[in-house]
Structures are given as structure tokens and as C-alpha cells.
Design a binder for this molecule. Structure first.
Ligand SMILES: [Zn+2]
Length: 91
């Protein structure tokens, strides 16, 4: 399965960066381009936004896999709620 996204430089109208197609084909996981420590910071920032601070007693005391899969589960719940037209939960 190919994943294609709109060129952020021209927003689909075509430019030199996208070869005039207005699109880019995703050929590898974009997380490979982001260093691990940046990914970890972004993950903690997302948890902090949901009220789980990166401190002892918070996200730092949870298993890494719990933090990762919680974010996956929240994303899936948000997606299904959006598809059903439900309002956002409080977090
Ligand atoms: Zn472009």
C-alpha cells in the first residue's frame, strides 16, 4: 500500500520540490528521520497535554509501552469519535 501526501511546500499545486506533482510518496516511516530523544520528548509532551506530567508519579513511573499504547488507544478513540460525530472527551 502506497501512502501519498500533499506537498507541504506548494499544498498540491506543484513545485520544484515535489517535481510538479503536488505530492510525495511516503517510502519509509517518518519516525526514522526523527532522533529517538526527540520522539521521546514529543511522546512526553503529548502525555503532558493530556494531564500526565513527565515526573515521578506521572508518565516517568509508567512502563514505556503503557505510555506508547495509551497514545495509540487515544488516537484510535479520537478517530472513531470523529467518524461518529461525537464530541471530544475532556482530554
Ligand atoms: Zn510541491
Amino acid at each position: 500500500m502506497d501512502f501519498v501526501y500533499t506537498c507541504p511546500g506548494c499544498e498540491g499545486s506543484g513545485c520544484d520540490k515535489c517535481g510538479g506533482s503536488g505530492q510525495f510518496k511516503l517510502e519509509e516511516c517518518p519516525r526514522k528521520a526523527i532522533p529517538y530523544y526527540v520522539q521521546e520528548f514529543l511522546d512526553y509532551a503529548k502525555l503532558y497535554k493530556k494531564g500526565i506530567p513527565p515526573e515521578h508519579g506521572g508518565a516517568l513511573d509508567q512502563l514505556h509501552s503503557f505510555n506508547v499504547y495509551s497514545q495509540f488507544a487515544w488516537g484510535e478513540l479520537d478517530k472513531y469519535e470523529a467518524e461518529l460525530g461525537l464530541t471530544k472527551r475532556g482530554f
